[in-house]
Structure formats: structure tokens, C-alpha cells
Design a binder for this molecule. Sequence first.
Ligand code: NDP
Length: 611
Amino acid sequence: MDVVSRCERTQTPANVDIEALRERYRQERDKRVRPEGDNQYIEVSEDFSEFFEVDPYSPAVVRDAIEEDTEVAILGGGFAGLIAGARLKQAGIKDIRIIEMGGDFGGTWYWNRYPGVQCDVDAYCYLPLLEEVGYIPKERYSYGSEIFEHCRRIGHHFGLYDGAMFGTMALSLRWDELIQRWRIKTNHGDDIRARFLVMASGRYNRPKLPGIPGIKDFKNRIFHTARWDYEYTGGDATGELHKLADKRVAIIGTGATAVQVVPFLGQYAKHLHVFQRTPSSVDARGNRNTDPDWVKTLKPGWQAERQKNFNAAIYEMLSPNMPDIVCDGWTELNRNIQAVFADSGNAAPSLDEYMTVREPEDYKVMERIRQRIGSIVDDPETAEKLKPYYRFLCKRPCWNDNYLPTFNRPNVTLVDVSGSRGVERLTEDGIVANGVEYKIDCLVLASGFEIATGLKRRIGIETIEGRGGLSLYDHWAGGPKTLHGLSTHGFPNLFFAGWTQGGVSANVSEMYDNQARHFAYIIKETRARGATTVQPSQEAQDAWVETMQATEVSNKDFLSQCTPGYFNSEGSKVIKDSPLGEVYGPGYQAFVHLIETWRNNGDLNGLILEK
Ligand code: NDP
């Protein structure tokens, strides 16, 4: 497990024709841009709500409406909500309600149970609160069932099950000035009156569907990967999908989800058609069991140290004497860049020098990945279609050892729909692309989530109203306005976990944790000082918005040249809703330092507390 000393730059092709690749990347991008942008996708509401609201994993919750006061309500019981709950409990708050649509904790890891589901980020960094609950992941990249169990472990460890409301969806959130509380109405007719409210629903909670005419006409089985139908396929997340043996299956989408699903569909279906609009970059997985000898070497604080190192290795470049501890595909590009500077004896490259080296190294890494595809996939035409022609991190990179070999199976066909139309339409029992109808029994939609679509589509709650009936959607119509990304003026006692207007970590659980520590501190102090409400002052909020605008290091120029996807508002020239929100320019560690210093000052600077 001690990979530190072995973490070298990767072997990439020595020379690449950058000009030719630039032109190829541009062509591949242009042919995929669709004028409808985000609107090409269908929302999982109204006629399509069954793709979202039906829970295949737990019986429907039937219960009487609850009317009660609670100290803190948390919306969402995934990583963000669980970490918030844990830190609030540690801050001495006992009365916590977690409102969660799923039948258990887990969020993404509750809903996504498709075959092969696995995390792509080093599990020792990614699984939250490992030291607090005393758990070490079994493998370097955990499978979904282990992560789901870990979520449940956190729930038990911190006593969060006591206040959990599963199978419950918030329908409206209104600040009630009379009682100085948030009123949360739910699909069960509940009226929860919460002193403090934490929004922790993440960005992967609402599936989106491909905007293909005829979805409603299709009469055979169709489901989204986040609601896998094991009744239909047989088996479970480890495989054995025996009921597909006589089925013609199609899958739409070749993103991170599909890359994990396709090997299983290929193995078990009678025939599998993979409809690909844009290929993912798929590299070797390199999973391995956790080494017990390595575990024995871990000292208290090891997880935070590892997380910090991982984040720096991706975004901020490690200092020359700092090893790349995680040393995987996420950190490869920066590692290679670092090696170039080490070779030239430049210990402190400027940003310009860094960017100059980054571009050719990026082309080389992607060329290495393309050559690897050519060496695994037998049919040269199929191999060519599977090659990604865009820069690293234009789309979410993937790692899987079984995806590419699946295309060597005689029962698997790749259908290239890379022209801007994508899949054309569905019929009663078929799928039409490039003018050909493919008869199918089952269609799997691996079409992703409302990650970077408009705020209301993403949150999915019709009404969020602060003081004076001000709608959050109107308040933020021109972009978020917050203090530290965590609270907003006019919405007392409301906190946001996620990507709003702050420091962004490559490792989501680390980011949620630093946010949770911060608002847990604010809530604790608000109570300790005998106040009823807390919110940022207008001035403090304006100053933070200004700081963000002044410092934001935008990668929008980079992304606007990328092939379309949720990273770049589907290739739009104006990238409105980045999945990372607005990012604090000086970097994640600088942001963490800033809010820690703010807490250490102890004066709650910029917040208004009212009795
Ligand atoms: P994505 O949004 O990444 O992929 C959606 C796929 O559907 C794309 O391939 C897209 O093509 C395709 N698509 C959409 N509409 C059409 C259409 N009309 N015709 C043909 N194809 C279409 O969703 P995923 O669920 O794969 O992943 C979402 C995110 O979830 C990931 O980026 C990652 O952050 C996270 N995730 C993490 C995992 C992990 O940690 N292991 C595993 C799975 C997901 P196109 O690219 O051309 O738009």
C-alpha cells in the first residue's frame, strides 16, 4: 500500500501533433452541440415522475402526518446530510430531523444500486468520517453496497436514525416570521417547524431523462440506472442478471454510470446495444484489497492528511518534496506536469509556466488513453468510435477494467449516435438511430442527473420562501448571493451544503465536512448567545460576492471549448451553472483556512443575530 515511493509520472507518447488534435477536438465538439442545451432533457416530474418517485428498494412509507417543532431539520440523508448531522450532534444539538426521500440513509449510494456501482475516488479519502466511526474500507475503490453500509454506520454511530423521516419529500419550505421557524410541508402532509434548516440534497438526487420523442410510447421495460429494476433483470449489484438471458437490451448513455453497468449487461443479456453519443475516457481501474500492514501504520489524523494531499495533487500541485499519496488517474496529469518541472529544475513555476506545460501533457495523457483503447478493443472501427477526442477533465474521467473488453463480445454492438440528434426516437418496442430501428425488450437510461441544470430543476422543491415571502429562486436569479457559500441574507437560519459559492474540493466528503463544521459552529454559537435567528448582513454578503467575483479562477474558457455535457451547460457559450458552483479562486485550502480563521476570531463577523 505504500505507493508513495513508486508514484512516478506515467509513460505517455513522447510527441503528439497538438495542432491536429486541437482541430479534431473542435470538430468532435461542434458536431455534438445541440441548440436546446439543458432543455434537451426531460424532467422527472408530472408524466415522468415514476422515474423518480418510485422506490424499487423499500416498501412505500404509509404513516400519519407529523406536526412538530424540531431544532434542526436537514433535507437529505446522503453524505452531505449525514456529515451535517454528525457535526451538529458533536456540537451538542440533540434534536435533529433528517428528511429523506429514500427508505434509508445513503442518498446517491441508496438510489444507485445498478450492477457494478463503485466509487471512482480513493475510498480512504472518499468515505466520510472513517476515523470517527472506526472503519477502514475493504478495497481501494469501494463498491456501492459497502458505501451504503457505511452511510448506515454513520447514521447509527451518531444516533441519526432516531430523527430520520424516510420516504419523505419536502414540498415547500417557508420561513414563518411569527414563530421564527422554517415550516416544512411534505408529501405526507407533515408540518415540521424547524428552528434551523440545512439544505443537503446534493446534486445527484434527481435523474434526468434523454429528450427522445416517444418515451411514453415505448411499451417494453424502461428504467433509469438510479432506479434499477432487479425484479426484471434478476441478480443484484454484483451481477447474476439471469433474467436477461433471453432479452434484447439497449442502454442510452456512456458516462461514468454506463461504464460500470455495460460489462454486466454485456455478460448477461442476449444482445446489448450501447447507444453512444460521446465516448468516456476509460482507463485502468487498479483496484486492490486494503493491506492490513498499511492500516497498522495509520496515525490519528491520517484521513484528513490524505484528503488534503489528494486535493492538492489534483488542483494545486504538490510542492516538490511532498509525495502524491493517492497516486491514481485523478492525479496523473498534475504528477506528469510536476515531473517536467522537476526535470528542468523549476521548483516554483508561475501560473503561466504551469499552463504552458499543462496543455501538451494533457494531450499526451489523452493520447495514451486512446492508444490503450486501441490495444484492447479488437475491431478497429469500434475502437476508433470509443476513443475520446477532448481534453482531460472536459468530461468526467472513468476507470474500469471490464468496459472496453465488453465490446469484443459477439452479443454487444456499439451504435454511434454522435451526430447532434443522438438517439432519434422510441417506438412501441424499438429504438431508432441513424434511420435504423433496433427492436428491444428493455431500455436502460444511463442519462445522468440534474447536476448543473437550473436551480429549481436541481432542487426540485416548488417553494422556498424566506422573509417577506422572498423566493430563493428569485433572490438568486442572477447567481448565488451568500456569505462563504453557506447562508444568504433574508433567509434566516438556513444553511447550504454543497457547491454554491466557496472552496471546492475534488473530494466531496471533505468539502461537506468543512462546511458542516462551519455551520454547526454558527448554530451552536447562535444558541449559546441566546439568539433566535442568524443570517448574514447585507454588507457581509455583498463583500463576499465581490470577493468571489474578484478572485474566481474561472475554467469557463477551458470548458467552453470542451465537448458538450453537464460540465459546460451542454456546450453553451455561456456556462451559467457550473457543477462546481462559483469557486473561490485562491483554492480550497485557502478557503478552509479563511473560514477556520473566521471561527477562531469568535466574533461571528458579518452575521446578524436577533433575539
Ligand atoms: P452523465 O451525465 O455523465 O452521462 C449521461 C450520458 O447519457 C452521456 O453519455 C450522454 O451523452 C448520454 N445521453 C444523454 N442524452 C442522450 C441522447 N438523447 N442520446 C444518446 N445519449 C444521450 O451521467 P452518469 O450517470 O453517467 O454520471 C453522472 C455523474 O455521476 C458522473 O459524472 C459522476 O460525477 C457521478 N458518478 C460517479 C460514479 C463513481 O464515482 N464511480 C459512478 C457513476 C456516476 P453525452 O456525453 O453526449 O452528453
